[in-house]
Structure formats: structure tokens, C-alpha cells
Write a protein that binds this ligand. Structure first.
Ligand SMILES: [Zn+2]
Length: 709
């Protein structure tokens, strides 16, 4: 932690200056009494205060709380380190008293949403053993997570101990400190110790609680280890990357720096703007940035569609720094990846939401703040639901195999100006259309699992296993990420919240977990050629900055090896036998795989497949179909299967008649293109209107304060 930032953490509380790293160094306390269980004289009341950010925030990081969390939320603190005076049942035991822990829908199982004391009196406590002498600086409290009850703690005391036998109350001057807790079950509330105290054990001791509820809480403790090993060798991460949380301006600056460091292989571009006008920046990495090369597959990572799930954003920023440096160093694996792949990295799909979470900081953002866009839209439900359109059509058809299984057009309602489609979603749909992406991952947080399509379920059932016809390959893709991720693959790890994904090797069909109608994964697979999975990167949606080097190590290999999977299966170019020109929109059909893909503008195509022997048929409007047997090996190197198609006599005649006029495409393609044009037209109209409103506001503001510069 940088000392300069600590200045921000100095908070004046009721006349007490809360000290930070720079000023305290008391190694231990002399305990003189049993601790403050007796009746109290008028208590010294400590009010919580939300730390405000400074006006000029250009170079100021998120809210700093002095010391990092011990890790009740991140699970760094083990279950055995948490004890309690009593608990109602195992599912509400002390190990559940962790900030932001989530419970299942039903109460009463092993995984309820808080620690709940068995008695309602003032002698209840939750105890945390920090294992080392620790300078405790603050407590963060939250109520119980359940939709059926209302439980939270309104005021509490804090006790400290070196041996867990004799306890001393946290004092506010000469009086026992009383901390203000929660007013609702969800919002985390910070209680700063009037003076930091060095000890090994800490207790939270509720004094009053919501009158209709029980004594239930979730907590985090902030503290700095006193005997922290300061040898730089032990703590310095292997890759010296910019490990911190980057707000919008800092993100832009970092991307610019990377681009300046590696001008030959990078290009920054934008795909649109958020509702509040923040640009959606993409970093392109390729040996020929700015253009599609014939036969070279395109890959993308999308992070931050839920603005408060921030780890993906930082990992993607780390990844661009890492690739740039390793490429320059001549790391053969990275050089090969960059030379043979066109990589696109979108670190923040929902920058408006991110800024909301960032302002609260890693411990106080809670579970939901910043998830949605400024308009309140959940972007992962905002793509058109093409699943049910296809499933309904299959049900009604005499021969379901004749129903189109790919390139499903956007429905008409979705293209309207008043459709509830976020500008962020519109931007990403256009982007997906412009670039012939082959493979992608959508980075989220709050769990440790990789999910693969479909996310949608038939008739929007809450849960249903809905595998695609490419299920085996999607499971391979998910396994590649999950089995190389050090956090997921750790057999010792405990479950994040209430679901045990280790039982499924940390991968699961999206619909089998919970339905997500209108997800980006499903849209990508059904509307374009691109295969996409969702990676839930960590139990904690907003890890503390000090966790970022570890999280990079956890994900580094996974992020790289996943990109390399874009080189699996078969690829090639579909050409006109006579003219040798590439044929766009040719259909590539693999026998026994009920999901076709199409060739890109130059006739090149990529078909992701597991190792095996395949019968591949290619056809295009006006051509005779062509068939080939293609072999896919074990190594990640696509087998080249080119096709030359012969025009049908009817087509020749047509072309002669049209004398170079437009060749009519099949109906579905025309409809797909038409709908996309309509969506883009409505996006333009919305942008024009919003720009007008913005300018009006701007003029109004200027008119009101004419003297201001
Ligand atoms: Zn998410």
C-alpha cells in the first residue's frame, strides 16, 4: 500500500484522529480487566462515516480504509478461525458470518445467510482469530442475507484479546466504544476503531438489534499484520504489473501506456458509449493491428458487464500489459499467439456501473451496487432471447432438423427505438457483427465456476440442463479454464456461498445453474459464429487491491491457454472454383453437429471441434455443395480444410442476366441483415436525441453560471 494514499484514510471521528500505518506501532496491550461485560456508564458513541472522495479524483484511487481486510469475505480466513458464543444451527454458524456471503433461496439448510446467535441478549459475540498480532483498525457489519426474514445488528461493542481468555473493550477515550451497525440487511456499514489496537483476537459484541429480528450478522475485519515480513522477495509478485483498481481515467491511461510501449502490435478503438457517455474501449493485439488477416481467427475477452464484478477488468488490463512485455522479450508462446491470432480485449462493458462500485470501494460496495447500468439494466439479460424462438420453431416444425440452427435474426420488437435495449448492449451487438469472432469469454465474479451455453431454459424454467449440440466442445473449453485456474482447481478450497461446483469439476451448463434469458453467451452462439463461456472469477466480486497479484497468478495460465483454444478444430477458405474468389456466408455443416457456422467476408471460416474424424459439407447460395472428410488432432492447431465450390447452371444464368447485379441471398440472411440495420438506425436516433439533451443541459448550466470558467 502506498503511503501517499494513506493520507486519505485519515478520518476525524468525534474529535479522535484515527491513526494509520504511518503513526502506530504499539506491539501489544496490557490487559487489566476481563473486558467490558458489566453495565456501562453513558457510552461513548462512535458514529460511522462514509469516506467521501476528494473533488479532484484524477489520481486518487478508490476509498482507502487504511488496513486491508483479514479476508472473511475472500475466505483467506478459515472457518476454524471464527468462533461464536452460540448459534441457532449449523447453517447459521459462525463460519457463515462473512461479509457478502449469499444463501440459497430456501432458509434452513446448511448454507444460510449469516451467523445468528441462539440467544437474544447482550452477551453474544462473534470472534475472529487473526493468527498473528494484528493492528485492528475497523469492523464492517452487514445483516442477514435471506428473502424471508429481517435480521440485523444496530449497535455493537468490540473486544480484543491476545489469548482469547482475557478481553479488553475497545475504548473511545475513557468510555467503552459503541459502534453503529446496520439499518437494513444488505448495506455494509463501516465502524472505525477510535484508536487502532494491536491484538490477535477480536470480538464483535452486539448490543441492540432490529426489534423483530434475531442477532444475525455478516462481518469483515480490517487489520494490518504487525509482524508482516517486509522482505520484498517474499511479497513481490512474479510479474511486475500495475496491480490496483483502475477507474475510468486510470484505465484509459494504462491502455494508452501499453499501446505506446507496444505500438507495433496494439491498437485502441472504441465500440460505442455507455449511457453516461463513457467510451467502451477495446485493446486490439495482433501482429497486424487494424485489419483482419485471411485465415487468422479473432478472439475476444469481455469483462465488467456487471460493473461491480471488477476482477475481470483488472485481469484483462494485466493481460494486455503482460502480452506486450512478453512479446517484446521474445517469449515464444506469446509471440506465436500474437502472430497467429487477432485478440480484442474489452475491459469494461458497463463503465457507469463500475464507477458506482468503485466509489464505494472494495469492502463497502456490498453485493449489488454497480451491477446494473445507469438505466438499471442488467446487461446479461439484455440480449434478445433467440433460444425460445428457435425451440418454438423446432417444436412447430414437421422436421425440426430443417429449422435454422444458427445466425438467428434479432426479433422485430428488439429493433424499435423504444425497446429497452441498453446502449452498451447495442454497441456490443454491432461489434459482434463487424468482426468474425471465433471464441470469447465473458468475465464475471461472485463465484468460482465456468458456465457454458445455453444459459436460457425452455419456457424460462428456473433451472434446466440445456446443452447445445456443441456440448462436448463447450465442456472442453470450460475445463481448460477451470482446471488451470489455481483457485478453482485447489482441492482444498471451500465453497464460495451455497453451491458446491467442485462436485462438477467447476464447470456447469448455464441453465442447469439458473436460467439467464437474453444472455450474451447464448446470443453470441446463436446469432454469430462465436463460441462464448462465462467465467465466474472469484467468490468476492470486488477483491481488495492487495489480492490482485494473487488473483493474477490464479488466472494467468487460464487466460492464455483459453485464448489458444481458438486454434482448435478445422479452418479454411471457401472459394469459387472458377474465379478463386472467397465466398461470403457459405454454410459449413459438420455431420452430427446440429449447429452450422458461416464463412466470413473473404470466404475464410473456423469451426471449433474436439479431436476426431468429421464429415464436412459446405454449401452456398448458387453453388453445388461440396463434401470433405477432415481430421482433427490432439494438438491445438486447426486442420486446414479448404473448399472450392462450383456454381450451379441456374446461378450462372442468373448472373449473366443480372450482369453483375446483386446476387439474391437466402431469406434468413436478408432478414438478419435488415434487422441489424434497423437496430443500428434506432441506436443512431437515440444517440442524436441524447446528444441534443446533453447540449441543452450544458447550455442551461452555462447560462446559470456565466462567470465560471
Ligand atoms: Zn455477473
Amino acid at each position: 500500500m502506498e503511503k501517499s494514499r494513506l493520507a486519505l484514510a485519515l478520518i476525524l471521528l468525534g474529535g479522535f484522529l484515527v491513526t494509520s500505518d504511518a503513526t502506530t506501532a504499539t506491539p501489544s496491550l496490557n490487559f487489566t480487566s476481563e473486558g467490558g461485560w458489566g453495565p456501562t456508564t453513558p457510552p461513548g458513541r462512535v458514529t460511522h462515516k462514509v469516506i467521501e472522495k476528494e473533488e479532484d479524483e484524477d489520481d486518487v484511487s478508490a476509498t482507502e480504509l487504511g488496513c486491508p481486510p483479514l479476508g472473511l469475505e475472500s475466505l483467506k480466513v478459515d472457518d476454524t478461525q471464527i468462533q461464536a458464543s452460540s448459534f441457532q444451527r449449523f447453517g447459521l454458524g459462525p463460519h457463515r458470518g462473512r461479509l457478502n456471503i449469499q444463501s440459497g433461496i430456501e432458509d434452513g439448510d446448511l448454507y444460510d445467510g449469516a451467523w445468528c446467535a441462539d440467544y437474544k441478549d447482550r452477551h453474544q459475540w462473534l470472534e475472529v482469530d487473526a493468527l498473528h498480532l494484528t493492528r485492528f483498525t475497523a469492523v464492517i457489519l452487514q445483516g442477514r442475507n435471506t428473502i424471508w426474514r429481517q435480521d440485523w445488528v444496530e449497535t455493537y461493542k468490540v473486544q480484543l484479546s491476545n489469548d482469547s481468555i482475557s478481553w479488553k473493550s475497545c475504548m473511545n477515550g475513557t468510555q467503552e466504544a459503541i459502534f453503529e451497525g446496520n439499518k437494513d440487511p444488505e448495506s455494509p456499514v463501516l465502524g472505525v476503531l477510535p484508536v487502532p489496537v494491536v491484538a490477535r483476537y477480536i470480538r464483535i459484541n452486539p448490543q441492540s438489534w432490529f426489534h423483530e429480528g434475531d442477532i444475525c450478522l455478516r462481518a469483515e475485519i480490517l487489520g494490518c499484520r504487525v509482524d508482516e515480513p517486509h522482505s520484498a522477495k517474499d511479497t513481490e509478485p512474479k510479474d511486475a504489473l500495475d496491480f490496483r483498481h483502475h477507474n475510468y481515467k486510470e484505465m484509459r491511461k494504462l491502455m494508452k501506456t501499453v499501446s505506446e510501449e507496444c505500438p507495433d502490435i496494439t491498437r485502441i478503438y472504441t465500440i460505442g458509449k455507455s449511457y453516461m457517455g463513457l467510451k467502451l474501449y477495446v485493446m486490439e493485439i495482433s501482429d497486424n493491428p487494424g485489419k483482419h488477416e485471411l485465415g487468422e481467427p479473432e478472439f475476444r475477452y469481455v469483462a465488467g458487464m456487471h460493473g461491480n464484478e471488477v476482477l475481470g477488468r483488472e485481469l484483462v488490463l494485466n493481460l494486455m500489459q503482460y502480452i506486450c512485455r512478453e512479446y517484446k522479450k521474445g517469449n515464444q508462446r506469446i509471440v506465436r499467439l500474437v502472430t497467429e491470432t487477432r485478440i480484442h480485449l474489452l475491459p469494461s462493458m458497463n463503465p457507469d456501473g463500475y464507477e458506482v462500485a468503485y466509489k464505494k470501494g472494495s469492502e463497502l460496495a456490498g453485493w449489488g451496487e454497480g451491477r446494473y447500468t445507469f438505466e438499471g439494466i442488467d446487461l446479461n439479460h439484455n440480449f434478445p432471447d433467440l433460444n425460445n424462438i428457435m425451440w418454438d420453431a423446432q417444436e412447430e416444425a414437421d422436421d425440426p432438423s430443417k429449422v435454422p440452427n444458427h445466425y438467428i435474426p434479432i426479433p422485430e420488437y428488439y429493433t424499435k427505438e423504444d425497446a429497452l435495449v441498453a446502449p452498451e448492449t447495442r454497441a456490443v451487438i454491432s461489434w459482434m457483427q463487424d468482426i468474425p469472432f471465433v471464441l470469447s469469454a465473458n468475465l464475471h465474479g461472485g463465484e468460482l465456476v465456468v458456465t457454458y451455453p445455453y444459459d436460457g431454459t425452455r419456457g424460462w424454467a428456473p433451472k434446466e440442463n440445456t446443452p447445445t449440440t456443441d456440448n462436448a466442445f463447450f465442456r472442453w473449453l470450460s475445463t481448460v479454464y477451470a482446471s488451470t485456474n489455481l483457485a478453482m482447481a485447489n482441492p482444498e478450497r471451500r465453497i464460495c456461498h451455497y453451491e458446491d461446483f467442485q462436485a462438477y469439476n467447476n464447470i456447469i451448463n448455464g441453465g442447469a445453474w439458473h436460467t439467464v434469458p437474453g444472455s450474451m453467451n447464448d446470443f453470441s452462439y446463436m446469432h454469430t459464429n462465436c463460441f462464448e463461456v462465462t467465467v465466474e472469477l472469484s467468490c468476492d466480486k470486488f477483491p481488495h487491491a492487495s489480492e490482485l497479484p494473487t488473483e493474477w497468478e490464479n488466472n494467468k495460465e487460464s487466460l492464455i491457454i483459453y485464448m489458444e483454444q481458438v486454434h482448435r478444430g478445422i479452418k479454411g477458405v471457401v472459394r469459387d472454383k472458377e474465379t478463386k474468389k472467397g465466398i461470403v456466408d457459405a454454410v459449413i455443416k459438420v455431420e452430427d453437429h446440429g449447429h452450422d457456422i458461416r464463412s466470413a467476408a473473404d470466404g475464410d471460416y473456423w469451426r471449433l471441434l474436439n479431436p476426431g474424424e468429421y464429415k464436412v459439407v459446405v454449401w452456398a447460395e448458387g453453388y453445388f455443395p461440396s463434401m470433405r472428410h477432415c481430421h482433427v488432432g490432439m494438438e491445438p492447431r486447426a486442420t486446414v480444410c479448404d473448399f472450392s465450390l462450383t456454381q450451379t447452371p441456374v446461378q450462372r444464368l442468373k448472373e449473366i442476366r443480372a450482369k453483375g447485379g446483386k446476387i439474391p441471398q437466402d431469406l434468413q440472411l436478408r432478414l438478419r441483415a435488415l434487422r441489424l440495420r434497423k437496430l443500428r438506425a434506432s441506436t443512431k436516433a437515440i444517440n442524436r436525441r441524447r446528444e441534443g439533451q446533453r447540449m441543452q443541459r450544458e447550455q442551461g448550466r452555462k447560462a446559470r453560471s456565466p462567470g465560471r470558467l
